[in-house]
Design a protein. Structure first.
Ligand SMILES: Nc1ncnc2c1ncn2[C@@H]1O[C@H](COP(=O)(O)OP(=O)(O)OP(=O)(O)O)[C@@H](O)[C@H]1O
Ligand SMILES: [Mg+2]
Lengths: 296, 456
């Protein structure tokens, strides 16, 4: 009985905070736009009992999903989002891995400080930090002023309002999510494994490839998903740093919701986005489970 | 046994495989290895013994290339290897912590070194199979390290370090996690491998028995220094210091002041010193009639020329001795008879009112110094009757440790000193007559102990 309660708590939590809102979104995505409050139909009217329920369900349809396929804006946005998220994730990995590695190899007494430094940005608002990048990357911003002043470039670079700025923003924002899992995997690793590899004839570099990388695989995978998944649906960063040409599904969603007041279509966009992300999330789960089986 | 004894360290011509030349290793201001000079020869099975933290692993790590000496040099085959990286040394190490690769199977762990050498697949397969058979791990080839037991892991580590058949193999406590039987088997396996491959082994162990069993030489270390390097029997029988005597095996330490013994054995502890012969060898000169003996030429002259005149010459190998004592007489005379005590050496005053202990093998140079007589428990005899021995001690049994094949008697001497005597259990427990609280006599010969200068 006690065990049952223990399991029930997280399930109830998930039910209340994930499944119920998701079902509501699904319901809206199957509805039609209406000039009403809330702006969609049908509304469930339980006072009419069974008949009302029947009437409600008969009015739900997949119109909105069908519409998503007719306009190329949508699938282009999806693709572009995935592409931007993927590139950002790889960049974060390339930048984050050496940082995590350096942290894990740093003297014991430095590690808490280094860890603090990684988490430090979270102490200020995400919005403010992204805004700060606007100031840094603008045509007359900090970066360009410095580069021009030092004579490295003669003309200010157009970084703000391009995909480049979006990459910078995403990598900057999500880098800690890449560093922390990799660091925790590397930190657990026993240094004598590398010595053993070297002792058996491996060079430093091949010991790194054959021992360090495989043993930090769990951290790499976790870090990549923690960066990739939120990046795909990111809205604030492309909105603030990206240009008009930066297509991301988060922006589309926002427009449908708030500009067009088309809640059902926006919900459909969200449901499809979730469906797209469920696949990598499941892959992630599987790899986690397997890692647990291996006892890592 | 015409086989020449393996002892290259006695041969001034022999070239050592490993040379430590005044090697010092410091970690910060802590000195882990202190000015160590040592030669290890090819085909040796060299054991490092010492208490925890004395620097055994550090020595191994310097040999493997993971640490560089702070001062001094290490030579392998006459070549300085201080700066040679570990992967370029023909040295393999079995780590104290095993350091198995957790993401690789047992097979892949063992094959790791061979793959780095770029050996072909069939060779690797065959070699790894051989190693798996040797360490009895064939059944576990496909498992990951976390799926096998601690002892099995240790064997994987051993197999992995053996796979490349290195010139020098460093084993850091290789058999600690194995049960006694498997450990002994593996010890013989190791010696066998060593015999077959000619690999030089340096082994760290906490198990003295293991060091004694496998090693050609043993080095006893203390705080970064080597206290004694010698063959196991010398380490055991003739330790050079109280530290070594105390560290290796069980030992009774009796402290006292040494006095050089004069030639005559006057310090016999027997109550009625009767200058009676105990053995033939010690006595022939006394027993014979003092009469002139012919030399070879005289004998020849007598036999060939003078015989007719003087008659038969008496047989010279039949000494005119007293008639042999009857067995009854011998038995009666025994307790009173002075035991055979070689001359010279030291006598040790160890406690007031007790006869000095005699150590005929003691170094006369220790005369007047504070010394320790180190006595192995198995060299003490124990009995209810006063033994016929040059040294006797009296005490009371306070504890008996029964170890199956042997028993250890803990005896408190009259002055409170506690000593241990070890006796092989040839009789069943019920038949043994010494028990707790019994007053007993302990006896030992004049050469049973070793006199060492007292360091304390
Ligand atoms: N990297 C290091 N930094 C500082 N001190 C060290 C380091 N490595 C070893 N030491 C110290 O050097 C001394 C010798 O260590 P070592 O590991 O050689 O001991 P050991 O003889 O192998 O002991 P054990 O039998 O417990 O394995 C110890 O006191 C240890 O604390
Ligand atoms: Mg050690």
């Amino acid at each position: 009985m006690r065990r049952f309660t223990l399991i029930a708590i997280p399930y109830l939590w998930l039910l209340a905070l994930f499944l119920v809102p998701f079902l509501i979104v699904v319901k809206i995505s199957l509805s039609d736009v209406a000039i009403a409050r809330p702006p969609y139909m049908p509304q469930l009217d339980l006072s009419e009992g069974w008949a009302g329920l029947k009437a409600f369900f008969s009015e739900l349809d997949f119109e909105n999903f069908a519409f998503l396929t007719t306009d190329e804006l949508y699938w282009k946005s999806y693709l572009s989002s995935l592409r931007i998220a993927l590139i950002s994730t790889l960049l974060a990995l390339v930048i984050g891995y050496p940082i995590a590695y350096g942290m894990a190899r740093a003297p014991d007494e430095w590690r808490p400080t280094l860890l603090m430094l990684v988490i430090l940005p979270f102490w200020t608002s995400f919005l403010i930090r992204v805004y700060a990048w606007k100031v840094i990357l603008a045509g007359d911003g900090v970066l360009n002023s410095v580069l021009v002043a030092t004579g490295i470039i003669s003309e200010p670079l157009q970084i703000l309002n391009t995909n480049t700025a979006v990459f910078i923003g995403i990598v900057y924002t999500y880098l800690p999510f890449m560093i922390l899992p990799i660091y925790s995997a590397l930190e657990k690793m026993d240094d004598s494994l590398l010595e053993a590899a070297e002792d058996l004839g491996a060079s430093r570099l091949s010991a790194f490839w054959m021992i360090t990388i495989p043993l930090s695989k769990g951290g790499i995978i976790a870090g990549c998903f923690l960066v990739f998944i939120p990046s795909v649906g990111e809205f604030v960063i492309p909105e603030l740093l990206g240009g008009s040409g930066t297509l991301m599904i988060g922006r589309v969603l926002w427009q449908e919701f708030f500009n067009n007041l088309d809640w059902p279509l926006a919900s459909a966009v969200a449901v499809v986005l979730l469906a797209i992300l469920v696949i990598p999330i499941m892959i992630f789960q599987r790899s986690e489970d397997r890692a647990r089986e291996r006892g890592e | 046994m015409a086989e020449p004894v393996f002892a290259p360290w006695t041969d001034p011509e022999a070239k050592p495989l490993i040379q430590f030349r005044n090697v010092t290793k410091r970690f910060g201001d802590f000195t882990a290895i202190d000015d160590l000079t040592l030669d290890i020869y090819e085909r040796e099975f060299f054991a490092l013994l010492g208490p925890s933290g004395c620097g055994k692993t550090t020595m191994m790590r310097m040999l493997a290339g993971f640490e560089t000496p702070t001062e001094g040099h290490i030579l392998l085959n006459g070549q300085q290897i201080d700066t040679v990286p570990p992967n370029k040394r023909a040295v393999n190490m079995m780590f104290q912590s095993y350091a198995l690769f957790p993401h690789l199977t047992v097979f892949d762990n063992i094959a790791f070194g061979l793959r780095r050498e770029g050996k072909d697949k069939d060779f690797i397969q065959a070699r790894v199979d051989e190693m798996l058979r040797l360490t009895r791990l064939s059944k576990f080839a496909k498992r990951k390290p976390h799926q096998i037991s601690g002892g099995q892991r240790q064997r994987v580590a051993l197999a992995r370090s053996l796979a490349k058949a290195p010139k020098l193999l460093l084993l850091d406590e290789p058999l600690g996690a194995l049960d006694k039987k498997l450990r002994e088997e593996t010890q013989f396996e190791l010696m066998d491998i060593q015999e077959k491959t000619g690999t030089t082994f340096v082994i760290v162990t906490h198990d003295q028995e293991e060091a004694m069993t496998v090693a050609s030489r043993v080095a006893v270390m203390d705080e970064g220094r080597i206290v004694q390097v010698a063959t196991p029997d010398v380490i055991y029988e003739a330790p050079n210091s109280v530290y070594v005597a105390d560290f290796i095996g069980d030992v009774n330490l009796i402290r006292g002041v040494a006095k050089a013994r004069t030639a005559a054995p006057q310090a016999t502890p027997a109550p009625k010193p009767v200058p009676e012969p105990a053995t033939e060898a010690a006595q022939p000169a006394l027993n014979r009639d003092p009469r002139p003996e012919p030399n070879a030429m005289g004998a020849w002259l007598h036999d060939n020329l003078l015989k007719p005149i003087l008659g038969e010459r008496p047989e010279d190998d039949a000494p005119k001795a007293l008639p042999a004592p009857s067995p009854e007489e011998t038995a009666k005379a025994k307790p009173a008879a002075a035991p055979d005590i070689p001359e010279g050496g030291l006598s040790i005053d160890w406690v007031d009112g007790q006869p000095a202990l005699i150590a005929a093998n003691g170094d006369a140079a220790l005369d007047g110094k504070k010394v320790v007589l180190a006595l192995r428990p198995e060299k003490l005899s124990i009995g209810k009757d006063r033994p016929d021995a040059p040294n006797v001690l009296r005490g009371k049994v306070i504890d008996i440790g029964y170890l199956g094949n042997i028993s250890t008697y803990h005896v408190e001497l009259t002055d409170g000193t506690k000593v241990k005597a070890q006796v092989a259990n040839t009789r069943r427990i019920s038949r043994r007559n010494i028990t707790w609280e019994d007053d007993v006599w302990l006896g030992f010969t004049a050469t049973a102990g070793i006199v060492l200068e007292d360091e304390a």
